[in-house]
Design a protein around this ligand. Structure first.
Ligand SMILES: Cc1cc2nc3c(=O)[nH]c(=O)nc-3n(C[C@H](O)[C@H](O)[C@H](O)COP(=O)(O)OP(=O)(O)OC[C@H]3O[C@@H](n4cnc5c(N)ncnc54)[C@H](O)[C@@H]3O)c2cc1C
Length: 419
């Protein structure tokens, strides 16, 4: 890659996981210039996965996972401008304008503005309190409303909606999940995993209603009435909306940078302006392994893409090239997904439906494309190696429970299996 970047001042917009890790990695890579993080939230950078899991369960232990302790920022001369929002970028002058009236000059700008939870837009949605889960405050507000007997309706059976369902049942709430699609987590996992998790939730007393869109919402005394697309009414004390995210890409778009539901960047996290980068949930980046632009909403991507961008700014030339990985914890079952599950791939199951541990592999022309593991993290690691190897494998062997994935990986490494 040809670059003429030798920055002295790096400004990172967004004090989330990607922003915090990017700053840390700049110092780790030897960057000695000025580093500033501008963050809208008042908190130090933190990780979000616990917000829909542990944090909702325990009143005593908030389980907030800080990216780094406060003193680390001071020790490494990373300036924190928290509770401040970046309002515009002047790319000609290399200025970032903030809502407190100040202006920061940059040589390299990293957009790590993440995403916000998508709002519900049906009639009546703005007339009742609806909970979204994206911040510490969101999680605290919901937790304070969940107790035994609370009637909770969750709109959307994605990862976050289902994790909230699991935590809420733990607190004794009566939980109903309304999902417009015909299966849960449909965007992210194959049908077999959806079926497993639907049964898992139902076995824990969650009422899951598939093929049900919410068409309107109204206040009904102290309660909230949700009208479903099938004409039925669901009554709730508390409503959580978990219908996806909107990348915070407005700053980039208004600055004339290319956006496509996310800031479009190359494999190095760079926009078409070599002084402006993006990482994390806001970045629609080119993945050289998958040979496509993708936007990922995951811990791994926030962490490692941000680190990769920092290294590039500090003078490195390695692209961010990883197989996507994601996890979710619901009712004591750890689900991990590696690769991008595809509707037209062949499915190979290792395990018994409805039971854990369970591993599902997807293949195309004998190559492993993706894997889902239920309470089987070790198996997932082997699946990752098979995906990375690109080896053409005997599908009967892959599905044979008598043949360990570990042994197949060993054979691939010893080149007994052609790549
Ligand atoms: C409830 C929840 C549970 C999750 N669970 C999992 C999980 O189990 N496994 C997994 O792999 N991933 C999980 N994720 C996804 C993972 O947490 C995200 O991918 C990650 O937080 C993205 O980090 P980020 O830094 O890119 O964005 P964010 O965390 O969204 O941080 C961006 C920050 O930028 C700030 N910002 C935005 N605009 C501006 C501006 N103009 N000026 C200043 N600051 C600005 C925002 O306020 C925010 O603080 C979960 C996410 C959520 C919300």
């Amino acid at each position: 890659m040809m670059r003429a970047l030798s920055p002295e001042q790096v400004v990172i917009v967004g004090g989330g996981q990607a922003g915090g890790r990017c700053a840390e990695a700049l110092r780790a890579a030897g960057f000695a210039g000025r580093v500033t993080i501008v963050g809208k939230e008042v908190h130090l950078p933190y990780e979000r996965p616990s917000l829909s899991k542990e944090m909702l369960i325990s009143d005593e232990d908030e389980s907030i996972v800080w990216v780094r302790p406060e003193q680390a920022y001071a020790e490494e001369r990373i300036e924190l401008r928290l509770g401040v929002t970046a309002t515009s970028i002047d790319r000609d002058r290399r200025e970032l304008h903030l809502d407190d009236g100040s202006v920061l000059i940059y040589d390299a700008l990293v957009l790590a503005t993440g995403a916000r939870a998508r709002q519900l837009t049906v009639p009546g949605a703005d007339s009742v309190p609806l909970h979204l889960i994206r911040t510490i405050e969101d999680s605290r507000a919901l937790r304070s409303r969940l107790s035994a007997g609370t009637r909770l309706v969750i709109i959307g059976a994605g990862f976050i909606g289902l994790e909230v369902a699991s935590a809420a049942r733990h607190r004794g709430a009566e939980v109903t999940v309304l999902e417009a699609a015909d299966r849960v987590m449909a965007r992210a996992v194959p049908p077999e995993i959806s079926e497993h998790h639907t049964a898992l939730h139902r076995s824990h007393g969650v009422n899951i209603s598939l093929g049900t869109s919410v068409v309107s919402i109204a206040r009904e005394g102290d309660a909230i009435a949700l009208r479903g697309s099938g004409g039925e009414t669901f009554v709730a004390d508390v409503v959580v909306v978990g219908v996806g995210i909107e990348p915070n890409d407005e700053l980039a778009r208004e600055a004339g940078l290319e956006t496509d539901r996310g800031v479009v960047v190359d494999a190095f996290g760079m926009t078409r302006d070599p002084q402006v980068f993006a990482a994390g949930d806001v970045a629609r980046h080119y993945n050289p392994l998958l040979k496509q632009h993708i936007l990922l909403e995951s811990w791994q991507n926030a962490q490692n893409q941000a680190i990769a961008v920092a290294k590039v700014i500090a003078g490195g030339d390695a692209p961010y090239a990883e197989i996507p990985w994601f996890w979710s914890d619901q009712f004591g079952v750890n689900l991990q997904v590696i690769g991008l599950p595809s509707a037209d791939a062949k499915t190979i199951v290792r395990g018994t439906s409805g039971q854990v541990p369970y591993v599902l592999l997807q293949t195309r022309n004998g190559r492993v494309l993706s894997a889902c593991a239920l309470n089987a993290p070790r198996e997932l690691r082997f699946a990752r190696e098979l995906i990375s190897s690109g080896a053409v494998l005997d599908e009967a062997m892959l599905g044979d429970p008598g043949v360990r994935l570990a042994d197949i990986v060993r054979d691939v490494k010893q080149r007994k299996v052609p790549a």
